[in-house]
Design a protein around this ligand. Structure first.
Ligand code: MSP
Length: 519
């Protein structure tokens, strides 16, 4: 594979990052790290969405400028992603000068083309969604079903994008490309929404919303958040309306995936596609809509007071590395459905998979290697038990990643160390040693340690620090690509001393999180 690129949604900065935002960035970071082991060049874009009425209002309440508020809050996202070892290629802010300029140019280009027109409009605006809602979108109490609030009646003269002009082409594209939207169960919902699609408002009157990018040819209007926000995917790569594209745009557009939450799939698979068609830009190769992370089975919301930040979780469990949280988040939602976070589930899952299953296995095996063979792998230990199993796991993991099944791939990796645990219990190298079957004892240890090298390489995208520790103890290069995995990954010679053996992951203490919350 030559190239792989992906993007996350850009988060609103009107609050601090929570574990729902973190879930998406972790998912993307894992996908990106996985493809780094398969592709020659990769690009991973994330960032923040800073304009709109919510920021304007909050800043006013706090007595600071919207830009000051954005600077303060954007840095919290940067810090949170650092804490979680999210290694993005670029972090875009929609207040970046370059982004603002290109968004203005895009707007002018669409105006010139006649795809944007001015129109007097009366509608219901939900500031939570930052969009107009139709009566059909509301629940029985007339509220936005996502934010539970009554939208505000707005009457304004705005610019509109002729989305209806592209309706048929969008439908055709979705129908002709069954893998364009994943998971597949979301496709019909989008096709249904397309049936009732109308032209969309793409600007707000400055008298009502000031905090936005000004329309160049009409400073009485600001560009409405979605056209500003969605364009980040191309402005960040160096798109330019004159065709003078930056290197990243030439290299990485169209991206392989836009990864976003189910709540904003409509904006990505309908609005954004229409805008790209109007601009004559190639479409992204795929859109993956993930589910939502709930807290103790409830939706996270400021009013319920159940919003959890990744930092809180790490502090509550006294974690200095994010691997456990990354692993849990990556596995707690399956197949694009909603997932759930609870302290109890978190602790159980990571203790079972990372400490008991993987960590203990490595620790036990290395200790036996030191005890019986002074930490040395002998040439005669090399054998092919479980080599086929590991080989087919590698293939399965790769194919699951091609379907963005990050949780499914993790369960295959853990199933591999399950196999190895079963193997070591069945073969009992401690008994073989006692019975004087020295070669067989060495062979069974080789089998498990050789398999742990492959497990380390496969788990690396999820748990980079644990993987580094596995690689340090088994003396292999953690940056190996997947096509460099060969049947026998351990060579003969001294592997490790007693002092070098360290548990790769310590069990989470059951009492810690509860106590922290009580205090
Ligand atoms: N700013 C827009 C996106 C513009 S993309 C061009 C936005 N921001 S958001 O902050 O509300 O959400 C950012 C991302 O986080 C979205 O993909 C959203 O689905 C995701 N999540 C927000 N809450 C979530 C959970 N509780 N669980 C999982 N993801 C959630 O929408």
């Amino acid at each position: 594979m030559e190239k792989f690129s992906l993007t996350t949604a850009i988060d609103y900065v009107n609050g601090a990052p929570h574990i729902g935002h973190a879930y998406e960035k972790i998912l993307c970071d894992i996908i990106h790290r996985h493809y780094k082991k398969r592709a020659d060049k990769t690009f991973f874009l994330t960032g923040v969405d800073e304009h709109g009425i919510k920021i304007q209002k909050t800043a006013k309440t706090l007595g600071i400028t919207p830009k000051e508020l954005c600077d303060k809050n954007a840095s919290q996202f940067v810090e949170a992603w650092k804490l979680l070892d999210i290694e993005y290629s670029k972090f875009i802010r929609t207040t970046d000068a370059e982004h603002k300029k290109v968004v203005q140019d895009i707007f002018e280009k669409l105006l010139e083309k006649g795809d944007i027109y001015k129109h007097k409009y009366k509608g219901l605006y939900c500031s939570g969604c930052e969009c107009f809602l139709s009566d059909k979108d509301l629940d029985e109490d007339g509220c936005c079903p996502i934010h539970g609030k009554k939208p505000e009646a707005v009457e304004e003269e705005n610019y509109f994008f002729k989305l209806t002009k592209y309706k048929e082409r969008i439908i055709e594209h979705i129908k002709n490309n069954p893998e364009f939207i994943t998971p597949e169960f979301r496709v019909q919902e989008i096709l249904n929404q397309l049936e009732n699609i109308e032209d969309i408002s793409v600007s707000r009157a400055k008298t009502n919303v000031e905090w936005g990018i000004e329309v160049k040819s009409d400073p009485s209007q600001v560009i409405y958040v979605w056209i500003d926000a969605l364009s980040n995917y191309i402005t960040a790569l160096g798109y330019d309306v004159s065709g003078n594209f930056g290197d990243n745009f030439k290299e990485f557009w169209p991206v392989n995936y836009h990864v976003i939450g189910k709540d904003i799939l409509k904006f990505h698979s309908i609005y954004w596609i229409g805008i790209l068609m109007a601009l004559g830009i190639e479409l992204p190769k795929g859109i993956y809509a993930h589910g939502w992370i709930m807290i103790d089975k409830n939706k996270m919301s400021k009013s319920t007071g159940n919003v959890i930040s990744p930092k809180t979780v790490m502090e509550a469990f006294e974690l200095d590395k994010p691997d456990a949280l990354r692993y849990f988040m990556a596995t707690c939602a399956i197949g694009g459905k909603d997932g759930n976070y609870s302290d109890e589930d978190f602790k159980e899952k990571v203790n079972a998979d990372l400490a008991n299953n993987m960590g203990n296995l490595l620790n036990r095996s290395l200790n036996m290697l030191v005890k019986y063979f002074d930490g040395e792998i002998k040439e005669e230990f090399k054998n092919d038990a479980l080599v086929d199993v590991a080989d087919s796991t590698v293939k399965e993991v790769l194919s699951l990643f091609d379907k963005i099944d990050v949780a499914g791939a993790a369960s295959k990796i853990i199933a591999l160390s399950d196999e190895a645990n079963k193997y070591i219990n069945d073969n009992a190298p401690w008994t073989l040693y006692k019975e004087g079957k020295i070669k067989e004892c060495g062979q069974s240890l080789y089998t498990v340690l050789n398999l742990m090298v492959k497990t380390g390489l496969l788990i690396q995208p999820y748990c980079p620090n644990i993987a580094n520790e596995i690689a340090r103890q088994l003396k292999f290069d953690i940056n190996l690509k997947y096509d460099e995995i060969t049947p026998y990954m351990l060579s003969a010679g001294k592997l490790i001393t007693k002092e070098e053996i360290k548990p790769v992951f310590l069990r989470l203490d059951s009492e810690i999180a509860g106590d922290k919350k009580k205090s």
